[in-house]
Write a protein that binds this ligand. Structure first.
Ligand SMILES: NC(=O)c1ccc[n+]([C@@H]2O[C@H](COP(=O)([O-])OP(=O)(O)OC[C@H]3O[C@@H](n4cnc5c(N)ncnc54)[C@H](OP(=O)(O)O)[C@@H]3O)[C@@H](O)[C@H]2O)c1
Length: 165
């Protein structure tokens, strides 16, 4: 599995004058997302977990409780990245200075259109939303696999395999 991680900016530009860091994580209920939330909170970073279904946040809460993570700096917002325009009360997240996007979907046999909708379009919406935040200093995106510009023609796959990859 191949992934690309792109970060911009430095620590000095993402903390408020008082040193407070405010992070927003998309895909917080996922395998990586829930550990990301734990790590951010462990580092004392004020964290907003963006989930598409609040009912699924219980597993994240369980993980945090099992690891004795303090959650006073944690808040949760419901966001479905499948629809255009991230709908949140205007200004609600204006304090966010860093975004971590680990939302995405992968499944065997996924059609290119479904994969694009679940990964490319969702990521575009995160970037569009990020552009509206007045104090953003960092956007970290964890990509899915095979996004590194690899020339597919160079891979010795059969036509049958190529069709489903
Ligand atoms: N796991 C790895 O080894 C690995 C390695 C490299 C790269 N990656 C990439 O890292 C990302 C996260 O991987 P993962 O293993 O943590 O995946 P995961 O467990 O399937 O979690 C995916 C997360 O994205 C959320 N999500 C999916 N579609 C969404 C939508 N339309 N709107 C809002 N949230 C949505 C899911 O929400 P729900 O809980 O509601 O489904 C879940 O929180 C993926 O892009 C994956 O390709 C993973």
């Amino acid at each position: 599995m191949k992934a690309a991680l792109h970060t911009v900016s430095s620590e000095s530009t993402i903390a408020r004058g008082d040193g407070t860091r405010n992070a927003l994580g998309f895909g917080a209920t996922g395998f990586i997302g829930r550990w990301l939330v734990k790590e951010l909170l462990d580092q004392g970073i004020s964290t907003t977990a963006a989930v598409r279904n609040l009912a699924r946040f219980g597993a994240v809460a369980d993980l945090l409780r099992d690891h004795n993570v303090a959650t006073t700096a944690l808040s949760v917002v419901e966001v479905d990245l499948v629809v255009d325009g991230i709908e949140l009360r205007p200004g609600r997240l204006n304090h966010i200075r860093e975004i971590f996007n680990v939302a995405g979907a992968h499944a065997c046999g996924m059609t290119p259109a479904a994969a694009r909708a679940a990964n490319v379009d969702t990521s575009r919406r995160v970037v569009e939303f990020a552009a509206t935040l007045p104090h953003l200093g960092r956007l970290v995106h964890l990509s899915g696999y095979r996004v590194g510009g690899q020339d597919l023609a160079s891979i010795p796959w059969s036509e049958a395999k190529r069709k489903y990859q």
